[in-house]
Ligand binder design. Structure first.
Ligand SMILES: [Zn+2]
Length: 143
């Protein structure tokens, strides 16, 4: 069973680091993460290429996405995409539907977890994920 967080200090944005033509959804990531021996998909939500927001772990559950210290105090969303066709070069190739869904979801989460700071995975761990400057994006949409 998942366990619930005592507090939510961060809203962490990830990408799946897959090319834009690859259809990735919560079930896909669930398979990847179970193959690593994890309980289930490590993110709380997944935003598909078509902008549909899927549930991963329950929103209040501790995830598996940014190392134990951050997992315990953050809620996480993963956007499908984030690398070029070569499968590795970071690229903010998200669809307009995904950007709109991300904004909607982060607004919901800011209402629910008002003390939480919106960050990108790369702001807290050594990674290129999610391939864009989350704080600049958040400021640009008034979050
Ligand atoms: Zn990430």
């Amino acid at each position: 069973m998942t366990r619930n967080r005592a507090s939510t200090r961060y809203i962490v944005i990830h990408s799946s680091a897959t090319p834009p033509n690859m259809p990735v959804d919560a079930a896909t990531i669930d398979r990847w993460h179970r193959a690593r021996g994890w309980l289930m998909v490590g993110y709380n939500r997944v935003i598909r290429r078509d902008g549909v927001i899927e549930q991963g772990r329950p929103d209040d559950a501790v995830g598996a996405h940014a190392g134990p210290d951050y997992n315990a105090v953050s809620v996480a969303v993963c956007m499908a995409g984030g690398v070029a066709e070569d499968g590795k070069t970071p690229e903010a190739n998200f669809t307009p539907e995904q950007w709109a869904s991300l904004e909607k979801l982060v607004r919901e989460w800011k209402d629910r977890y008002p003390e939480a700071q919106v960050v990108g995975h790369r702001d807290i761990n050594s990674t290129e994920c999610p391939s864009f400057a989350v704080k600049e994006w958040a400021a640009s949409v008034g979050l």
